[in-house]
Design a protein. Sequence first.
Length: 141
Amino acid sequence: MSTELPRLAPRIDPDTAAFWEGTTRGVLLLERCPDCQTVIWYPRGGFCPACGKFSAVTFEAAGTGTVYSFTVVHRGLGEYAGVTPFVIAYVELDEGPRVMTNIVDVDPSEVHVGMPVRAVFHDTGEGSALYRFAPAQRTGA
């Protein structure tokens, strides 16, 4: 894929500000509830949807996971109209939650369920960065 995906700035609110500040530093942040140990995606300002308490704390995720499901888009709209094909996927993070994202830095035909991936961060040019995922480095010979 030779055309780069658009880098549209996210809408940031008080509940998600810490998360997006982390992406600008190249860090994927999640929340975990200390009461029930649920790892939470998408940031909810400390609210745990599993037990209903407001005690979740932010922690730095590994930024790795596997492709859970994906599709290759051949007809994009708006800002994405001229950059096809591109991949939209659910990535299951090593910590458990599944996040919707793009898979980048790989030919779309090579993406597969179970593919190991790592977070990469793309600067929007507006004081924020988007998280996306790329194939993880393979180790061993």
